[in-house]
Design a protein around this ligand. Structure first.
Ligand code: AMP
Length: 201
């Protein structure tokens, strides 16, 4: 699982690391945005929270993640990006994975100072239908609020996972390639390496 504030580069790193691990990257932000664009019932429920830079309530988010984790491509493993974001979500994730005899292997925290985050978020653009647009929640006032929400509700997960012996922190300032190399090293993999064979293989 990737942990880190908005603008730390979780989405970018999730794609690259997931392809190294041959596992799907599951981003709750992406799933919510797809539902907002598709005007689904879930999207309608989530939109007001997202526009305000607030977290979507835990019961909506946890149910959505449980459904996603039940899909066949997640059976052999997955990389979570942007979930969990509260201690309650983390506890529910732990319980539902434990029911399946599973658990997280590693929580990778991407560390970036706040000035750099504000710089990155205010210049970030997404390509939508061939045009570069700013996400509504990347506007300066909303960015400040999202960082506040991160400090209050999500940052405590760092201590939570440290207590579980799962946390690895990496410096997430540098090029995408440099950060990926640090991430893979923290995960015990060198870029381009294949997974170690399991017993019996
Ligand atoms: P992200 O793309 O991860 O920055 O997420 C964008 C927005 O989606 C957040 O500001 C929240 O409104 C919502 N969101 C994404 N993941 C979660 C989550 N785990 N819990 C609650 N809300 C979330």
């Amino acid at each position: 699982m990737l942990l880190g504030p908005p603008g730390a580069g979780k989405g970018t790193q999730a794609q690259v690391i997931a392809s190294h691990l041959s596992a799907p990257a599951i981003s709750t932000g992406d799933i919510f945005r797809a539902n907002v664009s598709g005007r689904t019932e879930l999207g309608t429920k989530a939109k007001a929270y997202m526009d305000a830079g607030d977290l979507v309530p835990d019961e909506i988010t946890v149910a959505m993640v449980k459904d996603r984790l039940a899909e066949p491509d997640a059976k052999a493993g997955f990389l979570l990006d942007g979930f969990p974001r509260t201690i309650a979500q983390a506890e529910q994730l732990r319980d539902s994975l434990a029911e399946l005899g599973n658990g997280l292997d590693c929580v990778l925290e991407l560390v970036v100072d706040e000035d750099e985050l504000v710089r990155r978020l205010s210049s970030r653009r997404m390509l939508v239908d061939g045009e570069w647009v700013q996400r509504d929640d990347d506007k300066p006032e909303t960015v400040r609020h999202r960082l506040h929400v991160y400090r209050e509700q999500t940052a405590p997960l760092s201590g939570f996972y440290e207590g579980e012996g799962l946390l690895a922190r990496i410096d997430a300032i540098g090029s995408v390639e440099e950060v990926t190399a640090r991430a893979l090293e923290a995960l015990g993999r060198t870029p381009g390496s294949v997974p170690a064979p399991q017993d019996g293989e």
